[in-house]
Design a protein around this ligand. Structure first.
Ligand code: GLY
Length: 371
């Protein structure tokens, strides 16, 4: 069989870097083109939570995708560590959802009874059991839902690890070059124009996050991908107060081994307005102190925001561009880009090299927006 041809990837976020690594492992000559630096947007703004059950334990195609990616994580982090030496702080102590009302406790108890919840070990902790597991949770909590399968990583490090591993496999990174258009010839994707220069390839993969919409406009059919701003802050977490990720009604708290506690995140449709606001950060702090009051005097070490790529149905957009051989897209991962990176990379390699993905991509294809 002939070796697979060259691929250009637009965007060096975690999805672009992970896809570059998988494609390079399959023998492709890969060039990643990025207008800024590796992981400079949503990939570094995220908190790195790997929570495949989200808010539900109902089985649907998105949850199958999320679980498939979650299952890849232990081997992925071990492989990246072996190849690059980067420790991505993979932490597996699970999430606690403190519950403050009888109605919330009842709903969490019902959630624990689904077959998937049982398989994933969800447990309702009541009364003192909550504080034995996590003493700093507000004493107003009546109970807590424990989700042991929720893990997290340092997403900045993970993105760098994927990029380093890709570079070790010969991937070329062209940073600081803006892709203006995808080149089509005889109806095929044959490369991109980047910084005014034509970069030819056998296939193009668009992984441009919240900017995927404007890039696809050059194809005559704009994908409806929009930014969903997330604001976050970090507190000093030395000495640590929390062992688990804590998920309140409007807030999550992620303790990093490196000594920060991340608190996130707002979800705002304000376009590309790069700002943290008193209302955004203030509401996160208020919600965080409701679940863990003892954080009140911890120093705030930083605040930031990022632009999640969001599609109108909140699902990722994955797969070949309809009617254009040699063009594929992997974007709109919204709140799950870090979790979904390993499976997305695998699927993009399967789409572009094997011609057949191992999971049914029908619910995620770009076609749903290109009628
Ligand atoms: N992944 C969490 C968030 O989007 O806030």
């Amino acid at each position: 069989m002939a070796p697979p041809g060259p691929v250009v990837i637009v965007g060096a976020g975690i999805i672009g870097c992970a896809s570059a690594y998988e494609l390079a492992k399959a023998g492709c000559a890969v060039t990643v083109i990025e207008r800024d630096t590796v992981g400079s947007e949503a990939s570094s703004a995220a908190a790195g939570m790997l929570a495949p059950l989200g808010e539900s334990t109902r089985s649907d195609p998105f949850q199958e995708l999320a679980l498939a990616s979650w299952r890849l994580y232990p081997d992925t982090v071990a492989e990246l560590r072996a190849v690059t030496g980067v420790d991505v702080e993979y932490t597996t102590t699970g999430t606690l959802h403190p519950l403050f009302t009888a109605e919330d406790v009842r709903a969490a108890g019902a959630r624990c009874n689904s077959p998937l919840a049982k398989q994933m070990g969800l447990a309702l902790l009541e009364g003192q059991e909550v504080f034995e597991r996590e003493p700093a949770i507000s004493k107003k909590a009546r109970a807590a839902l424990f989700v042991p399968g929720d893990h997290w990583v340092n997403n900045q490090r993970l993105t760098v690890a994927y990029a380093q591993a890709a570079a070790a496999r010969g991937v070329t990174f062209r940073l600081g070059a803006r892709v203006g258009e995808v080149m089509l010839e005889r109806g095929r994707g044959v490369g991109v124009v980047a910084g005014g220069e034509r970069v030819r390839a056998d296939a193009v993969l668009i992984t441009a996050g919240a900017w995927s919409g404007e890039l696809t406009a050059s194809l005559g059919s704009r994908l409806p991908v929009e930014p969903a701003r997330g604001q976050m802050l970090a507190l000093s977490h030395v000495p640590p107060l929390l062992k688990h990720c804590i998920h309140g009604a409007d807030v999550y708290l992620v303790p990093r081994p490196s000594g920060e506690l991340l608190i996130g995140a707002t979800v705002e449709r304000v376009g590309f307005v790069r700002a943290v606001t008193p209302e955004g950060i203030g509401s996160l702090i208020r919600s965080a102190l409701e679940v863990v009051p003892d954080l009140a005097d911890r120093p705030i070490t930083r605040t930031w925001c990022g632009f999640r790529p969001w599609a109108p149905d909140s699902l990722p957009i994955l797969g070949p561009w309809p009617g254009v051989p040699g063009l594929a897209v992997a974007t709109a991962h919204f709140r799950n880009g870090i979790l979904l990176a390993p499976i997305t990379a695998r699927l993009m390699k399967e789409v572009l090299v094997d011609g057949k993905p191992s999971l049914d991509l029908a619910p995620f294809l770009p076609d749903r927006f290109l009628k």
